[in-house]
Write a protein that binds this ligand. Sequence first.
Ligand SMILES: Nc1nc2c(c(=O)[nH]1)N[C@H]1C(S)=C(S)[C@@H](COP(=O)(O)O)O[C@H]1N2
Ligand SMILES: [Mo]
Length: 428
Amino acid sequence: MSRRNKQSSETDSAATRRQFLKSSIAASGALVAGSSIAHAKADPAIAYVQDWTRYLGDGVNAAPYGKPSEYEKQVVRRNVEWLTASAESSVNFTPLHELDGIITPNGLCFERHHGGVAEVEPDLYRLMINGLVEEPLVFTIDDLKRFPRKNQINFLECAANSGMEWRGAQLNGCQYTHGMVHNVMYTGVPLKILLDQAGLKTNAKWVMAEGGDASGMNRSIPMFKALDDCMIAFKMTGEALRPEQGYPARLVVPGWEGNMWVKWIRRLEVGDEPWHAREETSKYTDLLENGKARRFTWEMDCKSVITNPSPQAPLKHKSGQTVITGLAWSGRGTIKRVDVSLDGGRNWIPARLDGPSLDKSLHRFYYDFDWNGEPLLLQSRAVDSTGQIQPTKTELRNARGYNSIYHNNAIQTWHLKKTGEVENVEVS
Ligand SMILES: Nc1nc2c(c(=O)[nH]1)N[C@H]1C(S)=C(S)[C@@H](COP(=O)(O)O)O[C@H]1N2
Ligand SMILES: [Mo]
């Protein structure tokens, strides 16, 4: 008999056991010195013979495509109601507070669509290169897979990430304040190889990348970037791109704003000047105090955020041994250092970077400390390999005013309360 069938007849004894467990933990109070971990004798749960040890589990192939544990149902992308004009032109957010390491699982990568998810049939997919080339070409997916491939791990951050926080602390959770970022391994063909195949004319200075979805989204990419590290990717973290992420192929523009990473890419037109598309004029430009707008702000600036604890991930213990962790990234290179502050930016302590330190990728940091149980103002501040230091909100506003949405890389403050709860606040 499987565990599931057996469960109903066991409900009573399970409930009694849980009752006992609760009271014995409350009564024990026997802690290992220096931490708040129970003494081995104080937690009877270790001695229980659980159902999963008594009955056979599901056999192989119960889920031909594996899924997370049923106890992880809260680990999902979420949207913000008032940011959603229509589901087709909307955004949802990566649950950063539920993740660790640096790779975003494919099913949790935030989505941003201007015209919904295109359902592209791979056999009917085509990518054209035209314009200032010797020979205009059309590639099928199978054609693309005949060129030398490359793997690289890169973050993709929407330029609007943290945009809602520009004028003040607003959304309670790093999923909402910072969740328009994901980090996966892309497999694809360097754009240079495909452009060389078509043969660039001497006046070829720009490439216009155009999507095959209903929004036909397009952006101008300067040739130096196109020939440097861009690629047409067809795999993310080993498997085919998800439909939401541009199946069967998307443009990868490492370190640059997400809007340029055209999904369902169908055309690359080579030209001698930029196209001044909607997405680089009325959108994705930054209005300054003097009425002028910054344009072509491609690179994503040095940034970091504490993912735990955070408003959606409060601390469950009241004091003692505690892990603070978060993510740091820069569109200009690697992360050289992350500092953490417990007092709203007065004092800074170096955090520990752990895991691979890759170019234009998320980095993971930890700060392990003994929490005295008092309220704290938690902040993280990243420094990248070019020496750029993540600014405070005041510094950002002094430089760029109050009208912007895009490219907010300011330091985030979390107010950790005595209860372990966390709130999004601003300090000056
Ligand atoms: N064709 C097409 N490409 C697109 C978009 C789109 O709507 N259509 N959205 C862009 C924006 S604004 C961002 S931030 C990223 C989001 O990528 P993701 O959905 O994989 O997170 O894709 C970009 N590429
Ligand atoms: Mo975006």
